[in-house]
Design a protein around this ligand. Sequence first.
Ligand SMILES: [Zn+2]
Length: 187
Amino acid sequence: MQTPGHAVVNLAILTSAVTPEHTLPILAGAILPDVPIVVLYLREHYLRGLPEERIWRESYQQPFWLNLIHGAHSLPLTLLGTLVGVAAGSSMVAVFFGSMLLHSLADLPLHAEDAHRHFLPFSHYRFISPISYWDVRYHARKVALVEALLVAGAAAFLWRDSSLVARLLFVAVVAWYAVTYWRAFLR
Ligand SMILES: [Zn+2]
């Protein structure tokens, strides 16, 4: 799933269960697992000038980056963090790791050949899903459309209780989905 989508969907799932002060840990937990990917992309593309295709084929495949990215998408580790937060009585910590856990659960069925090792550090198993949100060999045109509609639905669900800034961000995310869909599949 695309990173901005995780943020909107996690907000829709978690906000009704917690108080408004938890918005920041929800957003941080929703975005953090993909931060290494963004850092890698920006570094390789803008500092080293590598074309996109080489970034995913070469840079992304280096063990350092794969371990970092897959580790941040670990179901056992994010579950452990959530439980530690609950046990310590810190709802902020629990919600932060709970949001990371939701991110990882959402990615699990949507990655095919680029599946993360979601069960680190216990197993290197990768679930190769029959569907992908970006790979057209795995029904990405349909999957990405469903994802975009789901994110738009989550934004609509959050709309009434959101501030003006949040509403502008929702509009920006949905517009970004429309543009990336057009660039990836329709152009
Ligand atoms: Zn992810």
